[in-house]
Write a protein that binds this ligand. Structure first.
Ligand SMILES: Nc1ncnc2c1ncn2[C@@H]1O[C@H](COP(=O)(O)OP(=O)(O)O)[C@@H](O)[C@H]1O
Ligand SMILES: [Mg+2]
Length: 250
């Protein structure tokens, strides 16, 4: 069953077509990968789904209802949470408070402060940040900040979790750990995951299906194996000398 449907989505920035007539569906309970070189339009797509940007045309359906153009806080309360490529914690607040804030302000239902604290600690344990709960967010390493970004998204109680390059800049060991974490939180919280990831091997490993964007156009969709064998994908990635940036496999 489809949880998220992207329907003929277009986004222009002046003369630049960041997204051109993009359509695909994300199955409930799946991990759906979004692949493409820098500038392909991946983050723009996330921004439109999450309400941080309005599409030029086209529609986004969540649980069967059109949501395009709605406010980010409304979309968040409907059950869609995203992480940002540039992580955005409140640096002065403790790690726990960062997650509590997401719980208190990101959910449809009212949550009391005691419950929010308990829920924050549950999420921090799940994400592997329990030991850092009392530290200021600013003291976290890059890997820690990426985890906190995921924890804050989880705090809003999503059905759909959208992860934007949460493994970028991590060591191979940290990438492996992050993949395990993503699988664990997905199962524990009954989530559907839409994930953008530069590390192709990690994306292929995690994803049930992958959609590939190239210069704002969907050029392929399928299982990791189908994508690896796809001629259009091969020429888009390896047939151009424009720093597609996808050769940093680990
Ligand atoms: N707010 C914006 N204003 C103008 N151009 C933008 C804006 N956001 C993104 N773009 C452009 O849209 C294209 C797609 O960007 P983006 O969605 O960030 O790609 P990706 O996440 O796949 O690297 C790029 O050419 C980028 O420069
Ligand atoms: Mg991006």
């Amino acid at each position: 069953m489809t949880l998220l449907a992207i329907n003929a989505l277009c986004k222009n920035f002046g003369g630049l077509k960041a997204l051109s007539d993009v359509s695909f569906a994300v199955e409930r309970g799946s991990i759906h990968g979004l692949m493409g070189a820098n500038g392909a339009g991946k983050t723009t797509l996330f921004s439109i789904i999450a309400g941080n940007a309005k599409p030029t045309s086209g529609r986004v359906f969540f649980d069967g209802d059109p949501i395009q153009g709605r406010r980010p806080d409304t979309i968040c309360r409907l059950g869609i949470a995203r992480t940002f490529q540039i992580v955005r914690p409140f640096p002065g607040l403790s790690v726990r408070r960062n997650v509590e804030t997401a719980i208190l302000y990101g959910r449809q239902e009212h949550v009391g402060t005691a419950d929010a604290e308990r829920e924050a600690d549950r999420i921090l344990a799940e994400i592997g940040l329990a030991d850092a709960a009392d530290k200021p967010a600013s003291t976290l390493t890059l890997s820690g900040r990426k985890r906190l970004e995921v924890a804050r998204a989880l705090g809003t109680g999503p059905k759909l979790l959208m992860l934007d390059e949460v493994m970028a800049g991590l060591t191979p060991t940290e990438v492996t750990e992050m993949m395990q974490t993503i699988r664990r939180v997905k199962e524990a919280n009954d989530l559907t995951v839409l994930i953008i990831e530069h590390v192709v091997s990690a994306l292929s490993d995690l994803s049930d299906r992958i959609t590939v964007l190239h210069h704002g156009v969907k050029i392929a969709e399928g299982t990791a194996r189908e994508i690896a064998e796809n001629k259009d994908v091969q020429s888009a990635y390896f047939g151009e000398d424009d720093d597609a940036g996808l050769d940093d496999d680990v």
